[in-house]
Ligand binder design. Structure first.
Ligand code: HEC
Ligand code: HEC
Length: 268
């Protein structure tokens, strides 16, 4: 009796274990920053005419939006690039396999979370820029340290691709700003509160100030409310940071993940 009960328990556990101990093997080009850079150059000549210079789409689909095309596993992606899509408008690509893999690595990098790629920059130098010269820590929090005006970045490497992290830094207004609008409220009693507006309704607005304090303000008490059309994140980092510093800070952020690194992407 006892034995069968134990067996029932043991089976699903064993199955789970087997899943974890056999991670899918990945082609060495996938996630490798040098292969991705080489693939990007080949993409420009072989693919950009249809998929746009940065893969943003045109005659062929946008390759950044996972939702717009069902993301293929890497072998299927490789075969699609090699053979094209017969019957559709996508031609085969006649290049040696290693070059095709570089292109596949580039296409994959457009959607893969940053943590799954080898970063191009210096992580420790990027950490210093983040908390020092860049003053990113004034608004962003990582593992409990830092400011509260912007989103917590403790898991950003698992949430966004390297490209999206770069875009968020050099062009904060590029893809909207998901509920973070700069706000300035003037109350009827003369007080002025500035920060970021959250949860705005006709009756009330919450403003988080630079100290992270939340002010719940009723519209009836306001003399004036200005909501910015731009992200509160500074838009001039492309000028303020050198290309090297930018690459390093992206490398640092790409390592921020609540989950451990997948085996294929571990540093040597
Ligand atoms: C002549 C235009 C053209 C060129 C050149 C081209 N594509 Fe495409 N591609 C398309 C079209 C059109 C589709 C959508 C086909 C469909 O309807 O499934 C597509 C689909 C894709 C898909 C999605 C496949 C899927 O099944 O979801 C990927 C990935 C892709 N292309 C990558 C590339 C890469 C990488 C290159 C360069 C080596 C390239 N394409 C060159 C037109 C092109
Ligand atoms: C004045 C406050 C402020 C400073 C300084 C600041 N940010 Fe931001 N950041 C924000 C806000 C607010 C958002 C959310 C709105 C948006 O996406 O633009 C944001 C968004 C981001 C995102 C996107 C987060 C996501 O979930 O997609 C990244 C990445 C980021 N910041 C990195 C940085 C880095 C790196 C620096 C320093 C070089 C920096 N920020 C400096 C306020 C700031």
């Amino acid at each position: 009796m006892r034995c069968t009960a134990l067996l029932f328990l043991a089976l699903p556990l064993a199955a789970q274990h087997a899943d974890k101990s056999e991670p899918k093997k990945s082609h060495p080009a996938i996630g490798d920053s040098r292969a991705i850079a080489a693939g990007k150059a080949r993409f420009a000549t072989s693919c950009a005419a249809c998929h746009g210079p940065a893969g943003e789409g045109g005659r062929g689909p946008n390759l950044h939006e996972r939702g717009a095309w069902h993301p293929l596993d890497e072998e299927a992606l490789f075969q699609t690039i090699r053979n094209g899509i017969p019957g559709a408008d996508m031609p085969p690509t006649r290049l040696p396999d290693n070059q095709l893999w570089e292109i596949a690595a580039f296409v994959r990098s457009l959607t893969a979370p940053a943590i799954e790629t080898t970063p191009a920059g210096d992580i420790a130098a990027g950490e210093a820029v983040f908390w020092g010269k860049g003053e990113c820590g004034a608004c962003h929090r990582i593992l409990g340290r830092g400011g509260l005006l912007g989103p917590d970045l403790s898991n950003i490497g698992a949430q966004r691709s390297v490209d999206k992290i770069r875009e968020a830094i050099v062009d904060p207004d590029a893809d909207g700003f998901r509920g973070y609008r700069g706000a300035k409220a003037v109350l009827k009693d003369g007080r002025v509160i500035t920060g970021v507006a959250r949860n705005y309704t006709n009756y009330a607005v919450q403003i988080v100030d630079e100290q992270g304090k939340i002010h719940l303000l009723e519209t009836a008490d306001l003399r004036e409310l200005q909501l910015s059309r731009r992200s509160p994140m500074p838009g001039d980092y492309k000028q303020r940071l050198s290309p090297r510093e930018l690459t390093d800070v992206i490398a640092y952020l790409s390592r921020q993940s609540a989950r451990p690194l997948p085996p294929a992407a571990k540093e040597p």
